[in-house]
Ligand binder design. Structure first.
Ligand SMILES: Nc1ncnc2c1ncn2[C@@H]1O[C@H](COP(=O)(O)OP(=O)(O)OP(=O)(O)O)[C@@H](O)[C@H]1O
Ligand SMILES: [Mg+2]
Length: 343
């Protein structure tokens, strides 16, 4: 589901809103709401299950209020009848029937009164039941756009003189698919260990791969030979693909390719070429046997495929490698090379 950017929130004027925001982006998310709180002359509150009392943001600090949450946070906010923006974390990642009812009740209570109370539900993932869509608009804090990413990396390189002179492309490629807050954290954490920008980019990419591996997907090793012999024409194509994966290509309105079919006899280098492309564009390579995607019903298979595409979509530059491990007489494997760039 494509959601609007969370900076649309003030325009919605909706008493209930849900925003998908990654945990590493919480700090900039809070800062943005503190600003809106000042603009709207409303206090800003925060609650998640880790707090017994509702918290308030006061000059950049989070401090407890005397309001304890005994039963459920939505009821507590509605009963308190207090003006303010309430950021509520962690109740919409999975909405059970009880929370579903509490959300409906909160919507009724907030729309029936004149007070300026806004509840903002936020979490890394939103799983709002379809029947609540009309009551709860959904927004997101997306990954940085290619322009924002460029600015972020350029600023980082400025602050670290030994990176200033180098072309930041490898770093840009390695940072795709990471949220803004995470990029800042990871760059600062890894910068001390690398002596060149290339080395630095590789360690950031390694971090991103480990993160993907933690989600249970198979990450393939790099190519075992430096060059694919006898495939000179394909080599030229890879050069072209690599240049289109330069994030700056989008400023010339060039789009990166998002599919390719490798066909050939067993052992002639299809898997090798897919790995080489991944290496050249600094992409993570996710390998999937498409027999595993087939479920017992069509909808189950589609669900599996959707899960895979969502994962690829949220992982920056990815080579999604679809193989047929149940080989037929014609053997071979099918590689679909899908590079995705953050929206
Ligand atoms: N063109 C080539 N140049 C150099 N080495 C090659 C080439 N083709 C294959 N190889 C070597 O053979 C190994 C196996 O090739 P690879 O797995 O890419 O073949 P494939 O076409 O994917 O085979 P399959 O159809 O069985 O999946 C490679 O890891 C590499 O070491
Ligand atoms: Mg193969």
């Amino acid at each position: 589901m494509t959601r609007r950017h969370y900076t649309h929130w003030p325009l919605l004027e909706s008493p209930l809103t849900a925003i998908a925001v990654s945990p590493s982006d919480r700090q900039c998310f809070f800062k943005q709401f503190e600003q809106w709180g000042l603009d709207m002359e409303l206090p800003l509150y925060l609650w998640n299950a880790g707090y017994k009392y509702v918290q308030e943001f006061r000059s950049g600090k989070i401090t407890p209020t005397p309001t304890a949450v005994e039963d459920n946070i939505l009821g507590t906010i509605c009963n308190a009848s207090r003006d303010g923006i309430f950021l509520v974390e962690g109740i919409v990642q999975s909405v059970d029937p009880l929370i579903d009812l509490q959300l409906r009740n909160a919507h009724d209570a907030l729309t029936q009164r004149d007070s300026l109370t806004f509840i903002v539900l936020f979490d890394a993932l939103l799983d709002i039941p379809m029947n609540l869509y009309p009551l709860i608009p959904q927004l997101e804090k997306p990954f940085p756009s290619s322009k924002e990413l460029e600015e972020l990396v350029a600023q980082f390189c400025q602050e670290h003189p030994f990176k200033k002179e180098s072309d930041p492309l490898p770093l840009l490629q390695a940072c795709t698919g990471l949220p803004e807050g995470e990029i800042t954290l990871v760059l600062n954490r890894l910068v001390g260990e690398a002596s060149t920008l290339e080395e630095f980019a590789d360690s950031v990419l390694e971090y991103a791969k480990q993160k993907l591996a933690g989600k249970g997907v198979r990450i393939l090793p790099p190519p075992d030979v430096p060059k694919a012999a006898g495939l000179d024409l394909l080599d030229k194509d890879i050069d072209k693909i690599a240049s289109l994966f330069d994030p700056r290509a989008s400023s010339w309105k060039l789009r990166n390719p998002n599919g390719g079919l490798l066909w050939g006899l067993p052992g002639t280098g299809k898997s090798l070429v897919a790995k080489m492309i991944a290496q050249r564009i600094r992409a993570k390579m996710i390998a999937v046997d498409f027999n595993q995607l087939v479920g017992s019903t069509v909808s189950e298979s589609l669900q599996n495929l959707k899960h895979l595409l969502d994962l690829a979509d949220n992982s920056g530059n990815v080579v999604l490698f679809l193989m047929n491990l149940r080989k037929t007489l014609w053997g071979g494997s099918l590689a679909v090379v899908a590079g995705r760039w953050p929206r």
